[in-house]
Design a protein around this ligand. Sequence first.
Ligand code: GDP
Length: 304
Amino acid sequence: ETLDKGLEKSKSSFFGKLSKAVAGKSKVDDDVLDELEEILVASDVGVTTTIKIIKRIEERVAKDKYLGTDELNLILREEIAGLLSETETDSKLGFHIPEGKKPYVIMVVGVNGVGKTTTIGKLAHQFKSQGKNVVLGAADTFRAAAIDQLQVWADRTGVPIVKQQMGSDPASVAFETVQEAVKQNADVVLVDTAGRLHNKVNLMNELSKVKRVMQKVADNVPDEVLLVLDGSTGQNAFEQAKQFTAATEVTSLAITKLDGTAKGGVVIGISDQFQIPVKYIGVGEGIEDLQAFDKFEFVDSFFK
Ligand code: GDP
């Protein structure tokens, strides 16, 4: 029920409207499809994904234009869930750390203000609650505030942090962090990185350097490159996804601040457009307000 609460705004707006648009309709005509299209676009699903959904519904109803409400509802749910990226670990939600993979290194990327630090703190808390030893790395060395903020989360979660002075080499911090994790036989490493987007080549070089350097300490790391996006920023989130996926190989997404927006559709659009699984959603500022993403639960929660 925490999911329902965290997504209240989207629920009453986006999916609520979707449900209403199909409720009581016995026939899927152009008016219904137009209405659906409008709602999807207005909810930040994005034009490309919206067209895809509408097309698929059209195809499915082409043979028999007369459908009951329940059937159309079902089709809509199926099509939306189908667009959310499949992951090989679907049965295990969130990050799944394989037995014996130590340390499991998660490199966290994203622009300032999207909730990167908060997400790292919440993840540290979750891993720790699972009995795992976590080490944080403050490799966003460009802002003193970023290092301080991560320190706050380290204190709050009781997790060690590796940091250097502001302005030091991010790769050096990342190197030291993984080294420290190996020394401590830690299970999980969460590395914060700087997400300045004003120079694409810089971003690309910096992220690959951080990666390369960590690989000197441990094999096959990072295990995950998690891109954090602010779900309340619509087109900006799409744009950032475009830039970061061009700069590095993003393996998973965390979409934050879904509690503060009525446009939960951004989750569907971004996952579909970039074919990257959403692993976590942020539904508040508190330490517990991060949920492993379950696409069926997500879609279902809106049609209840
Ligand atoms: P960073 O600059 O990307 O590291 O962003 P921060 O982690 O410092 O977060 C920026 C602001 O967003 C802070 O005030 C956080 O409390 C807030 N925030 C982060 N995640 C969420 C979320 O899921 N929901 C809400 N409502 N606020 C969030």
